[in-house]
Design a protein around this ligand. Sequence first.
Ligand code: BG6
Length: 610
Amino acid sequence: MCGITGIVTLDSDNIGELLVKCSRKLTYRGYDSVGVAAVREGKVDLRKDVGTVDEVDRLLGLSKMRGDRGIAQLRWATYGAPTKVNAQPHFGCDEVFYGAHNGNIHNYVEYKQELIDAGHKVRSENDGELCVHAVDKYYEQTGDMLEAVRLSTQDLKGAFAYTVGRADQAEIYAVKMGSSLVAGVADGATIVSSDLPSVLPLTSNVIYLADGEMLVLTHDKVRVYRVEDGKKLERPPQRSTVDVHAAEKGGYPHFMLKEINEQPQIAKDVMGVLAGADNEEWLKMIEDSSRLYLVACGSSHNAGILGTYYFNRLAGMPVYHAIGGQFEPMYGNTLDDESLCILVSQSGETKDILNVLNHVRDANLGKTLGVVNVIGSTLMFQADSYIPMACGYEVSVPATKTYFSQTVIFSYLAAKLGERNGHLDRSEAKTFIRSLKDDLPKLAQATIDRTGILTKNLARTLVNVKDLYCLGYGFTDGVAREGALKIKEICYNHCEGMYSSEFKHGPLSIVTRDYPVIFVTTTEDSWMVTNHINEVRARGGRTIIVGEREDRLEPYVDAEGDYLSVPVSNVLLNPLLDVIPLQMLSYFFSVDLGVNPDLPRNLSKTLTVD
Ligand code: BG6
């Protein structure tokens, strides 16, 4: 997944500075390589190399580039290794056309050969270059840039968005075909970008786009056209209320720590959304469904696993959960007219999830309910309805506050559904929902305050650990997997998350003296988890416990610091709180290893590729 930014401005001296300032906000979308193409007096200055925006800026002086229009691209490598020649933007056959893309061109191999056979000079192994050549090809035939962009989409297969220009034309063009794209109109400049955070430093006057739409940017306006027939569409800018400063660190050393600390407030904000009037639509969609699927990737999937336990326990409702890529082969033939797919994606752009959205829509079977954070995302627009996660922008690549918001949403929905279908006693439902609203923010804050120093100290004892397990049982199944994922993502260690009762069926063989195993539990399951702890300790393993402090568990830690206790609460809140020590542990562990937890190698915040 990559980030593209295109700007046209009246001021011909600051295009490099503007492009660097705006495109830096997309760093979470990719930081394998960066490039800027700036145009001044009909000549394209193209500078690009491997590294982050700041590294390449220092190397090539990106922010000093001059011109009145230009394109920047931050790359997360898919087609073609992260090298200088594969970095974007790219030229067309000569140094007249310049452009950059985000997404996947599925027919890359055959189309590249077709262009080469037609005499095109293709320089790189990167699929984005073919977008520029496709426009070059059709401009040769039509002499019209907008028509060339429109026709290029006939050749390019896959999900992508690109922006392109000609050295001798003042406009910049862009097209949205399955990957995210948004535009903005400022005073004396216009911008097109993969994501809102890079538009906001320039303007809050935003133009949201749908797939199959293309743009023409001049310094004072953004015109929108339909790819299908070239028809001009009326799309006035609308004021975005997203806080541009939300994408700042606010005094924290890393976005990840800031976003962990935002969780108490997230609990308040998302409960405010859930208690609103819209919830009737969402609850009814779920109640009326013949079968409920919950589909997500990464941390969102782990939140979904916790959701299935809440739906079972509080609403007596079975949920078929799957990771995005599993859905079609696992459940694709089980949809019917009344089934409901709950699609969980903080970015709303994860291709594995959009594939499911398209599958359900193309099969015309049942409905889709998005659980999504990024306003203006494809999932937000294209699902039949959506529940906003109310987290503001999550900048750090490893998800924290968005996972937390999702788990609060699932626990709330399950309680409301259980109250309505009689599975849950009305007073119990009300008590639990009130504890979500009134207690959870305070308990989350108390957990952060309590486990901050504990996890910082514990991380120090793990600094040489390269291999460990994180086990959960019942409600903490998804929580343990999330803790393991955090350690994998930002500590580059092998940490496997799995069900604790399953550990003895094979993985137990890994345990030798002092081998670390983290057990995540609730007061309701600790009696069972004790058995699994003993199976590890009997073989000399080191057990680390996450959960409320319980007498029965005290004997099972060798050191005080191996017990990460969360505040006493309603047992159904334990799973929501247990993730916090795991987030903090992975954060301090990562920092101790000298990793930047916000930008872990090889990863990207949103993967808009298969
Ligand atoms: C991965 C991110 O690329 O995508 C994870 O690194 C995230 O943090 C996963 O959980 C799913 O993303 P989304 O936006 O679909 O929730």
